[in-house]
Ligand binder design. Structure first.
Ligand code: PPS
Length: 306
């Protein structure tokens, strides 16, 4: 099992942002570039693609349980989610690289995570016609979640104050670049690549069972009602938050005294962070950038209807 314990957890570990082929990145996700680009995907691989903080871990756990939950319950209780679903482009000192972990996977299918914008995905995934699950989350909750993540994750660039972080998010100066380009780039890909299932965090919150059914039909699995019910229970926010194999508490570069990885898991938490002015400015800028009327996000939900 992968050892994610680093001896040192301080701000010297934080990486600098730089422009990489037109996208803001840090070296922890570009240092292994050649191996990542030459990664050999297999036809049954499933790529889980997201902009950071969209609910990657949530959908990873769901897909892992769907595929392997019935055959091996030990897998879920003894192997961390980042070992079950390797993060392809990750290249952090002292821990195995994402490509190495993926190559070592013995499961079929292999579930592989990426935060790459669509143009960075290694070509073998397209050549092998792999299934891809893209999960998107509304921009306002994404930026709030990202802010708290960058505060607690010592491998991320220094987040600074909330207001400057928000500004940089709008400028696309985040690790993995612009949220706007990411969600639009993948949305556009969906028009030409049929094996891409584009889903939304807010829909998962609204009706996990419905989204699970859609995932089943996308990956070609017919699970029993009982199995689906047990998955829905296991991936509820509180259960995942208390599950050491899913909550990232074993990663020492994350300082849980600052914030938890499973922080709130809500739609609309942005309201506790955005000022009225910030919200107006954000909305104006959003309208200019998000011009495709077919790609719509929900930033609030009627909880009583859930
Ligand atoms: S990462 O670091 O990019 O891989 O993070 P990611 O897993 O994509 O996103 C973390 C956010 O997803 C929330 N989350 C959930 N919400 C609801 N239900 C469940 N089961 C769940 N699991 C993870 C997690 O709490 C982070 O969002 P915030 O808003 O920070 O709480």
């Amino acid at each position: 099992m992968q050892d994610f314990f680093l001896s040192k957890m301080d701000s010297s570990f934080r990486a600098e942002l730089f422009d990489f082929h037109g996208v803001s990145m840090t070296r922890y996700f570009t240092d292994n570039w050649d191996n990542v680009q030459n990664f050999q995907a297999r036809p049954d691989d499933i790529l889980i693609a997201t902009y950071p903080k969209a609910g990657t871990t949530w959908v990873s756990c769901i897909l892992d349980l769907l595929h392997f939950g019935q055959t091996s319950s030990e897998r879920q209780t003894s192997i961390s989610i980042y070992d079950r679903v390797p993060f392809l482009e990750m290249s952090v000192p002292s821990v195995p690289k994402g490509t190495e972990l993926a190559d070592k996977l013995v499961t079929s299918p292999r579930l592989i995570k990426t935060h790459f914008p669509v143009q960075f995905v290694p070509k073998s995934f397209w050549e092998q016609n792999c299934r891809i699950v893209y999960l998107a989350r509304n921009a306002k909750d994404s930026v709030v979640s990202y802010f708290h993540f960058d505060r607690m994750n010592m491998a991320e660039p220094e987040p600074g104050e909330w207001s400057s972080f928000l500004q940089r998010f709008m400028q696309g100066k985040m690790v993995f670049g612009s949220w706007y380009d990411h969600v639009n780039g993948w949305w556009k890909k969906k028009q030409t690549y049929s094996k891409l299932h584009y889903m939304f965090y807010e829909d998962l919150i609204e009706d996990t069972g419905r989204e699970l059914d859609k995932l089943c039909s996308f990956v070609g699995l017919s699970s029993s009602d009982e199995h689906k019910k047990s998955i829905i229970g296991m991936v509820q926010f509180d259960n995942m938050k208390n599950n050491k194999m899913a909550n990232h508490s074993t990663i020492s570069i994350m300082d849980f005294k600052i914030s938890h990885f499973m922080r709130k898991g809500k739609v609309g938490d942005w309201k506790t962070h955005f000022t009225v002015n910030q919200n107006e400015h954000f909305d104006e800028d959003y309208k200019r950038k998000m011009t495709d009327p077919t790609l719509e996000f929900r930033t609030e939900m009627d909880i009583s209807a859930i």
